[in-house]
Ligand binder design. Structure first.
Ligand SMILES: [Mn+2]
Length: 383
């Protein structure tokens, strides 16, 4: 059995007010092409199909077209679970009807123990999906006291194990959208809950032949090679600058052992940071073959420059973000002077005197200044 594992498509995502839909369509074409070329038996999407619970119409249209090419044109079944960005009800629309044509959407707790069974030369394999579950939802549905994501996943994976045992212990794959303990996060994931209560142990998945995970946007495995995140299809933050986005190809043998390979995706625009002074960056842009990349610029110049973004855009039309660390020192000075203002006239004058003369004012001098300030205030209020 050969399958492709992907997740975190985040269709409809905006990045610094730029729509990434064209970039997404570009890599999804590659995924369809890889699925076809590799003649995979099934494609798994481990959640976060969309970026928002109510996605823009164009994002829905794009997903519809990709699924049509996979399921109908190529006759490759697709198994989907919703992630924390998806609305399970909306993603699950028509799920029971669609499964007959090879599109399996595991959208609710009741479908967890209804695995998709697919056959290869060695027999059946059970694909279990766990839609992203808030612990409160799981508690209500299973009518048991579950607190936190770890307990919820422990409970659900135990049910799956038992179910599979009763079913004759088939080779098994689990699809889940969760944050495994020790996993490496980046800036584009939305926390599942605050303060680390979102973490779950990888040990819950040890009984399965492969675990297709979604949520973390960097490709990685936890605890065992076959408990794995495919990562997102695109870089969704500058913190992912050095990620290499890919889909994961898995081939399972008769015993359920998996050989795993990452197949790289080529973005339409890469995402990267440029550092240096304005002059150098503008010069670089003239010969940069990838000048259309999404870039953030960290400018080292320390002086004020008029209309920097317009200047940068001439060299890098898709510059999205500008940082000026060179100005940070100055900003620091400004804050210091604002602090001094609060201290009152006398101490300001004391500071001034000390800076100019290199020594503190004497007592009589201080008294004189005090009197002068008082007099000034008196005259002002008498006006
Ligand atoms: Mn995600």
């Amino acid at each position: 059995m050969k399958f492709l594992h992907t997740s975190d498509w985040h269709l409809g995502r905006q990045f610094h007010n730029v729509s990434l839909l064209e970039d997404q369509a570009y890599v999804l074409d590659q995924i369809v092409e890889i699925a076809s070329r590799q003649e995979v038996d099934v494609l798994l999407i481990a959640g976060d199909l969309y970026d928002r619970t109510v996605p823009p119409a164009r994002a829905v249209k794009l997903l519809d077209s990709v699924l049509d090419r996979l399921c109908r044109e190529l006759a490759i079944p697709v198994i989907i679970i919703p992630g924390n960005h998806d609305s399970p009800e909306r993603v699950g629309f028509g799920a029971r009807q669609l499964s007959a044509s090879g599109l399996h959407i595991i959208d609710s707790p009741e479908s967890i123990l209804k695995p998709v069974l697919l056959k290869d030369a060695f027999g059946e394999i059970a694909f279990y999906g766990i839609p992203y579950l808030e612990p409160a939802v799981a508690r209500e549905y299973f009518q048991t006291d579950l607190s936190g994501h770890d307990e919820t996943l422990a409970f659900v994976t135990k049910r799956i194990e038992e179910h599979n045992e009763d079913n004759g212990k088939l080779r098994s794959v689990v699809i889940s959208h969760c944050f495994l303990d020790g996993g490496e996060a980046c800036e584009s994931e939305r926390p599942l809950s605050i303060g680390g209560a979102d973490r779950a142990s990888a040990k819950h998945f040890k009984a399965f032949n492969y675990t297709a995970l979604g949520h973390l946007h960097g490709a990685q495995y936890k605890s065992l090679q076959q408990i794995r995140y495919s990562g997102s299809i695109l870089k969704y933050s500058f913190s992912e600058e050095f990620h290499h986005k890919s889909v994961t190809m898995v081939e399972m043998d008769a015993q359920g052992k998996c050989s795993i390979e990452k197949i790289a995706l080529q973005p339409l625009h890469d995402m990267r940071t440029l550092e240096g002074c304005l002059e150098d960056i503008l010069a670089l842009g003239k010969t940069d073959k990838n000048a259309l990349d999404y870039v953030q610029v960290r400018l080292s110049d320390t002086h004020a420059i008029l209309d920097i973004m317009a200047k940068l855009r001439e060299a890098y039309p898709n510059v999205l973000h500008l940082e000026r660390p060179g100005l940070m020192a100055r900003a620091g000075e400004q804050i210091a002077s604002r602090e001094r203002l609060k201290k009152g006239e006398l101490s300001m004058f004391e500071d001034f005197y000390e800076q100019v003369r290199g020594e503190k004012m004497s007592r009589p001098q201080t008294r004189l200044i005090e009197k002068t300030i008082e007099k000034l205030h008196h005259e002002t209020s008498a006006d």
